[in-house]
Design a protein around this ligand. Structure first.
Ligand SMILES: NC(=O)c1ccc[n+]([C@@H]2O[C@H](COP(=O)([O-])OP(=O)(O)OC[C@H]3O[C@@H](n4cnc5c(N)ncnc54)[C@H](O)[C@@H]3O)[C@@H](O)[C@H]2O)c1
Ligand SMILES: O=C[C@H](O)CS(=O)(=O)O
Length: 491
């Protein structure tokens, strides 16, 4: 039995830019959007350039003066309506996510719920952007700290969570009173376009939210307009560290605020006192979600020597049982990778590890009978720090297992990376738990837990995984300025 990937509301599949409240085809050149499971073209969208980028920025700048003055409660009501519409269209949006990104349909629908949780959260936070009245240190003065929106925000998003990543940028921006220009990933623009359509239907005024699509080749032409223009006061980016560094360098001339949610290289440590079944389940949840294509996926798995064989056997058994297939098959648990470049990187990592002595415990090959973008869920034994899979983010369904002997050694190995997004470990020793949680150089730590994503949590990294936090009460800070106001002559 196949699962339907057709949408009830076919009009949610948009093939244009949304600028100043209007859908516009814009440039004559087009970008095909394909289904990674089949290679079939779903539709095409504008392959935009500087002209469209500037039109979007002009609209966002013009709308800011009005939108920032809309009372927070009214902004909150619009955001809540947006949330209600997103949830009302969960099936359509889930199908669209799975169609253009490839994840199993259950994960696609789950991502819609996850994206909506951020919209709901910041619709509520909009009414709690309180400033402060400060007790004046001298008489005759009234001192305040006011919260104000930073202005026009440029949001650039990745392909792996095409709904959640854009929702956790647009929602706080709108809540804060900012206006937005957005450029979604070239592989997965359709979900973003559909979310913008629903935001429009929820009552987001013209010019407040603008979206421009472009190919990888034309993306710099679009984003350079926003980087060079002082009217853009903030860049919020989720994607790879090299691109994040590029954006940071290019934002310096106009000193834009930056939120950078970048790459990771998460360690996953199984201590000798771990609950092994829980650790296996936690690794399955963290590693194989979205086929391993998430920034917080464990990229290196360290297992204490005393429990290695038992853990490896349990894990390999569960990984071998994972069903691989297209989202149109409701039984699929692992979908295709996003494109051929992704599969080539995964294959390179596995081949490099084996060449350096690792052993394939399960998987280890492409699944070409399913299609060009499928790779078997894989467990490697005997992995070590020399291997590419230990130094680079594999971004695929590969779990390389490394043996360790003592706590200090494994913490040093875990931290021996320029990245610091997420880290996980399993132990039932309470003193060890806090020692290791304190010692890991990451922005996110999972203790006996592999599923960490939540709108109430401050999500972000340290070191070369970026800075800024998304979600939680902290997620609004990056879209606000604090203005100090002092009134004298009160006596
Ligand atoms: N920290 C997080 O929350 C998080 C979330 C998802 C993905 N990621 C990271 O993103 C990477 C995979 O996603 P990806 O392949 O989409 O990343 P990517 O950096 O290649 O692309 C991300 C976005 O940046 C755009 N982009 C690419 N080159 C650009 C340039 N020169 N100027 C401006 N924009 C440019 C892309 O078009 C896309 O919209 C991985 O490293 C993953 O860890 C991080
Ligand atoms: O891939 C990156 C996402 O931010 C992971 S999560 O959905 O926030 O856990």
């Amino acid at each position: 039995m196949s699962a339907s990937l057709t949408l009830t509301r076919a009009d949610l599949i948009r093939s244009a830019n949304f600028i100043a409240g209007l859908w516009s085809e814009g440039t004559s050149t087009r970008l095909d959007v394909t289904n990674p499971a089949t290679g079939a073209v779903i539709t095409s969208v504008p392959d935009s350039g500087a002209v469209e980028a500037r039109a979007a920025l002009d609209a966002a700048h013009a709308a800011f003066a009005t939108w920032r003055k809309v009372p927070a409660k009214q902004r909150a009501a619009i955001i809540k309506r947006w949330n209600d519409l997103v949830l009302a269209h969960q099936d359509d949006l889930g199908a669209l996510i799975s169609m253009e990104q490839g994840k199993p349909l259950a994960e696609g629908k789950g991502e819609v719920t996850y994206a909506a949780s951020y919209i709901e959260w910041f619709g509520e936070e909009a009414t709690r952007m309180n400033g402060e009245v400060i007790p004046a240190p001298v008489s005759g003065r009234r001192m305040l700290a006011l919260k104000e929106p930073v202005g026009v925000v440029a949001a650039i998003t990745p392909w792996n969570f095409p709904a959640a990543m854009i929702a956790r940028k647009i929602a706080p921006a709108l809540a804060a009173g900012c206006t937005v220009v957005c450029k979604p990933a070239e592989d997965t623009p359709l979900t973003s376009l559909a979310l913008v359509q629903l935001a429009h239907e929820a009552g987001v005024p013209a010019g407040v939210l603008n979206i421009v699509t472009a190919s990888r080749q034309n993306t710099p032409a679009v984003v350079d307009v926003w980087l060079d223009d002082g009217r853009v006061r903030k860049i919020t980016f989720t994607g790879s560290t090299p691109v994040g560094k590029h954006l940071a360098r290019r934002s310096a001339d106009t000193l834009k605020k930056l939120s950078l949610e970048l790459g990771g290289n998460a360690p996953f440590i199984v201590f000798d006192d771990a609950d092994l079944d829980a650790a296996v389940d936690g690794l399955m949840a963290a590693k194989f979600r979205n086929g391993g294509q998430t920034c917080v996926c464990p990229n290196r798995v360290f297992v204490h020597r005393s429990v290695f064989d038992a853990f490896a056997a349990k894990l390999a058994g569960k990984v071998a049982a994972l069903k691989v297939g297209p989202a149109s098959d409701p039984a699929s648990q692992i979908g295709p990778m996003i494109n051929d470049r992704a599969v080539e990187k995964i294959e390179r990592h596995v081949q490099d590890a084996v060449a350096k002595g690792a052993k394939v415990l399960t998987g280890g090959q492409r699944l070409t009978h399913l299609g060009p973008n499928y790779y078997a869920p894989t467990v490697l034994g005997g992995a070590d720090a020399r291997m590419a899979c230990a130094c680079e983010e594999t971004f695929g369904p590969v779990a390389p297992l490394t043996v360790f002997d003592d706590e200090a050694e494994v913490i040093a190995q875990a931290n021996d990376t320029p990245f610091g997004l997420a880290g996980y470990f399993y132990s039932q020793n309470v003193r060890r738990i806090w020692r290791v949680a304190d010692a890991l150089e990451t922005g996110i730590v999972g203790i006996n837990e592999g599923a960490l994503a939540a709108e109430a949590a401050p999500f972000g990294g340290v070191k070369e995984s970026g800075y800024g936090r998304e979600g939680s009460t902290h997620g609004l800070d990056d879209y606000l300025h604090t203005k100090y106001v002092c009134q004298g002559q009160l006596d």
